[in-house]
Design a protein around this ligand. Structure first.
Ligand code: HEM
Length: 466
């Protein structure tokens, strides 16, 4: 059987399909093109082609790491200006620091280490709870903003014993401001037309200043830890990187690599976790039956006393809520890969070239009716309860990929999971929530991730604060 051409929308000379992509909402443009051109299509952006796939069958084939590997796309290439070969933006095995950091950090994200972070996670989640209690039931809560504060403060405390204290000041910490500016500008730079550099002078200066701020703060924390007397006994991610030895090479990580990865954790972990929690509350408020079940589970398992790490491990319904949230609203809505050599897909039907960018549109593949049935777009946590989840992921491998694939999958998944379970439990235990505006229709805000835009809710204390 010969190959068939991959469908391609008509483009303009030189620009190709650039105008088909709305630069403020690229993912939503790609979804619209998938609805129009089908399960697989190709775009030409300024002379470079890229392939986009939307079904579980294709995603499953493309998750084969013997044939495909992660592609560091245009935006991630820009993020490398700030964090170089940190885990997320590294080219992988081609760069020795990736393997070293991956092997040293994998145990640091293991179950025991994450369990040891529970008290620090509890500390920050309590700050959020206290803030919402003090604000009272009439104050609209900007959900994604407060979950971003939570995620950043939790990461900084658990990774390097540093407090941003985001719940205690209106002003953002200089690191957080710099990181925000750096990420937005990394996106802008990946799209900007190739004009002489003087056209971008002031943006470039700010970009360099933001990178310098992020690195100075992280490096300051690192040096302070190294000089601490008596030496710190904390067992956090910074300690793992400072003292860990790579079992393969016997080498340790150098200071630059540690700084790259400290910043990487903050970048990779804050919007993703905050987006997951925001969508989870949005979905629960839209589905009162699921909301009742989640709150009932918290009442049954945690009662009205302080929440412990053992209680968290007994929750069954709330993990299903989070899995289902990430299925219908994957906060990283797409991941990029490329073929190791020229390949054909779908049983020889479509040809892709080695090195050509291929995007797995998780946001579409996660609602593939061939896997999840006619109600694939519906939020129904029951389908993600442990047994059902095990069955569906066995029957349809790679049908749930919100944490990425294989060796390049998310190293922070257990961290995010524990933090999210604790936060959900603490909030549902203490408050009854409602939408601030009952007529709110979901809008997506796109950055490196997606999150609900303009989503506000209100929190009424159920009794005394726990
Ligand atoms: C990688 C999702 C939380 C650190 C990834 C990837 C995805 C992902 C999809 C693969 C990206 C790719 O293939 O290009 C998520 C989601 C999270 C989350 C949905 C929360 C709900 C976190 C947290 C941390 C973290 C809390 C840090 C503590 C990383 C790192 C990588 C990564 C370092 C790169 C791993 C490597 O390539 O070696 N994440 N993430 N993530 N994530 Fe997460």
């Amino acid at each position: 059987m010969g190959t068939e051409p991959i469908p391609m929308p008509p483009g303009l000379p030189l620009l190709g399909n650039l105008r088909d992509i709305d630069s403020t909402a690229p993912i939503q443009s790609l979804v619209r093109l998938a609805d129009q051109y089908g399960d697989i299509y190709r775009l030409n952006i300024l002379g470079n082609t890229a392939v986009f796939v939307s079904t579980n069958a294709l995603v499953n084939e493309l998750c084969d790491e013997k044939r495909f590997k992660k592609n560091v796309g245009n935006v991630l290439k820009q993020v490398r200006n700030g964090v170089h070969d940190g885990l997320f933006t590294s080219y992988g095995e081609e760069e020795p620091n990736w393997g070293k950091a991956h092997r040293i950090l994998t145990p640091a994200f293991g179950p025991l280490s994450i369990r040891n972070m529970f008290d620090d996670m509890h500390d920050i989640a309590s700050q959020l709870t206290l803030k919402w209690a003090r604000q009272g039931p009439t104050e609209p809560i900007h959900v994604t903003d407060d979950f971003t504060r939570l995620a950043l403060d939790t990461l900084a405390l658990c990774a390097m014993d540093y407090r941003f204290n985001s719940f205690y000041s209106q002003e953002m910490h200089p690191f957080i401001r710099a990181m925000g500016g750096f990420l937005v500008e990394s996106g802008n730079r990946s799209r900007r037309p190739p004009l002489p550099s003087m056209f971008y002078k002031s943006a470039d200066q700010q970009y360099e200043a933001d990178i310098a701020t992020m690195r100075a703060v992280s490096d300051g924390v690192l040096q302070a830890r190294k000089q601490q007397q008596p030496p710190s006994e904390r067992k956090d991610l910074l300690a793992a990187m400072l003292h860990g030895t790579d079992p393969r090479t016997g080498e340790q990580l150098d200071d630059d690599t540690i700084t790259n990865n400290l910043i990487t954790f903050l970048i990779a972990g804050h919007e993703t976790t905050s987006g997951m929690l925001s969508f989870a509350f949005f979905d629960l408020l839209r589905h009162p039956e699921a909301y009742q079940k989640a709150q009932q589970e918290v009442d049954d398992v945690c009662g009205t006393g302080p929440i412990t790490v053992d209680m968290i491990s007994k929750l069954k319904y709330i993990p299903a809520v989070l899995r289902e949230t990430l299925r219908v609203h994957s906060t990283i809505p797409a991941i990029g890969i490329t073929a190791l050599k020229d390949e054909t897909l779908a049983g020889g039907k479509y040809a892709v070239r080695a090195g050509e960018a291929i995007t797995l549109l998780l946001i579409k593949a996660h609602v593939d009716p061939a896997v999840f049935g006619d109600d694939a777009r519906e939020f129904r946590p029951e389908r993600m309860l442990d047994d059902n989840f095990a069955r569906i992921t066995k029957e349809h491998p790679n049908c749930w990929k919100p944490f990425g694939n294989g060796a390049r999958a998310c190293i922070g998944r257990p961290f995010a999971w524990q933090e999210a379970l604790l936060t959900m439990a603490m909030l549902l235990q203490n408050f009854n929530f409602r939408m601030d505006d009952a007529s709110y229709q979901l809008r997506l805000k796109e950055t490196l991730t997606i999150k609900p835009d303009g989503f506000f809710m209100r929190a009424q204390l159920r009794g005394g604060l726990t």
